[in-house]
Design a protein around this ligand. Structure first.
Ligand SMILES: Cc1cc2nc3c(=O)[nH]c(=O)nc-3n(C[C@H](O)[C@H](O)[C@H](O)COP(=O)(O)OP(=O)(O)OC[C@H]3O[C@@H](n4cnc5c(N)ncnc54)[C@H](O)[C@@H]3O)c2cc1C
Length: 421
């Protein structure tokens, strides 16, 4: 059976890989000249099993209000006259209810634990290198109140099968000595030893090369202009190549992995994907002094900023902005990340050589991805991974492959499509 995967970000490439390994004939359509050149290009690098709680949680509305109007706010709503944006924001508010947060956290945690195991198995099988580190993630708290509030979550994480250790300031410094000069500011931390970090772009591009060796056909520089349908089934994919030539590509089944751009392409046949682009930024800097630069991946919970050591580079990422499909780099928002780096790790990296990047997280209001069957025959989804696309990629692709093979879901109690609607 021939499956056509639409999009070659981390989600599309892992989907293609798992399907090909299961014996499907696979082709991939991607508008860019290579895989992982959009949102999967320069993300925070964290395999963050220990952060299943979505942004939509009971404290989110107050946090957003507190930061309202601040250009450097970690969470910024730029409201437009855009129905999709308002509908998403209202659905997001609904997901902030305690019961919804609990339900979503549990679903994401189950998928994240499964996904981490799939990633480890894939790494062992392929040996692909992507500057990965298995040193865990240390969540940092700079106020005693925040520390007390968040460390109370450790038993909940343990109950979900996620190891998390509450750490005093001294214990944080023992885990990551580069934090030494922050001793007086740090209230404590939460350490998740099973978390990992690594370069999602290097991983995706290497996996795409392996998938091509397995026989997956990649149609790069091929833009999907329309998804054609007839009698409640997908008929084919209308595309335009880099020379402007148009045509239709056909397969037996189709999987949408188009990040933030899938919603508009499926809307004409009545599919309403609750996905909205949530813009984020990252800075990548060369390491100058390794002894001053963290190698354990860090999450600064007060600023919603993460950092990951990627070989001789440090990646710092964060901020969330609802601003449509705008991908221009906002100087103030990048500066907020650079200021964080300068204040937390002075002299560690070459800030003058910083590479600035922005990407659009394909976010559902609940942060639970959309995996499973679509509303039309031959249509499948693996999309909407929001803040955790790198963390959840291998598990989502493996689970979708099981569903498409007619098998049972390997992730118990996960709200796969279409049952969740
Ligand atoms: C600042 C930031 C930090 C992040 N940090 C982390 C992190 O630390 N850990 C984590 O787990 N996640 C993180 N994420 C989230 C993660 O990066 C995303 O969830 C993930 O990259 C989404 O992958 P995707 O394949 O769904 O989308 P994409 O990577 O955007 O892939 C979609 C692909 O579809 C293609 N496409 C779209 N439209 C068309 C068309 N019409 N025709 C042909 N091709 C098309 C695009 O070119 C693209 O390649 C972060 C995101 C951001 C922005």
């Amino acid at each position: 059976m021939h499956v056509m995967v639409l999009g070659a970000g981390i989600t599309g490439v892992t989907t293609a890989w798992f399907l090909a390994k299961a014996g499907f004939e696979v082709s991939v359509i991607e508008r860019q000249p290579e895989a992982a050149l959009e949102t999967s290009h320069a993300n925070g690098g964290q395999i963050s099993i220990s952060h299943p709680e979505p942004w939509a949680n009971p404290s989110a509305p107050m946090t957003a209000l507190r930061w309202l109007g601040r250009e450097d706010a970690p969470l910024l709503f730029r409201l437009h006259a855009d129905r999709a944006q308002w509908a998403w924001a209202l659905a997001f508010l609904h997901e902030c209810l305690p019961k919804r947060t609990q339900h979503n956290t549990e679903a994401i945690a189950r998928l994240a634990v499964f996904s981490a195991a799939q990633l480890r198995a894939l790494r062992a099988e392929t040996g692909i290198a992507y500057d990965h580190l298995e040193r865990g993630i240390l969540h940092l708290f700079f106020s005693p109140k925040e520390f007390a509030h968040n460390t109370a979550k450790a038993p909940q994480l343990e109950a979900l099968g996620i190891r998390a250790q509450v750490c005093s300031t001294d214990e944080c410094l023992a885990i990551e000595p580069a934090l030494a000069h922050l001793r007086d500011q740090l209230a404590g931390g939460l350490y998740a030893p099973d978390d990992e970090s690594g370069d999602a772009c290097r991983f995706t591009q290497s996996l795409a090369a392996r998938a091509a060796e397995l026989g997956v056909r990649f149609h790069y520089e091929t833009t999907i202009t329309h998804i054609a349908h007839r009698h409640d089934a997908i008929d084919g994919i209308d595309v335009r190549d880099r020379d402007g030539r148009t045509g239709m590509l056909q397969a037996d089944q189709y999987v949408v992995c188009l990040g933030s751009y899938g919603r508009k392409l499926v809307a004409p046949f009545g599919e309403h994907l609750p996905i909205y682009p949530v813009k984020g930024y990252s800075i990548t800097v060369p390491v100058l002094d390794p002894s001053l630069t963290p190698s354990v991946s860090l999450t600064d919970e007060s600023r919603r900023i993460v950092c990951s050591r990627l070989g001789d580079r440090l990646r710092i990422a964060g901020t969330a902005e609802l601003n449509g499909f705008d991908t221009t780099i906002n100087a103030a928002r990048c500066q907020a990340i650079l200021d964080w780096l300068e204040s937390r790790f002075p002299g560690a990296t070459d800030i003058a050589a910083a590479q600035r990047w922005t990407g659009l997280r394909p976010a559902t209001p609940s942060n639970v991805p959309l995996i499973g069957r679509g509303g039309l025959s031959k249509l499948w989804y693996n999309t909407g991974h929001g803040t955790l696309g790198w963390t959840l990629a291998c598990g989502s692709a493996s689970a979708l492959t099981a569903l498409m093979s007619g098998g049972a879901s390997p992730v118990p109690d996960f709200p796969f499509l279409p049952a969740r609607r």
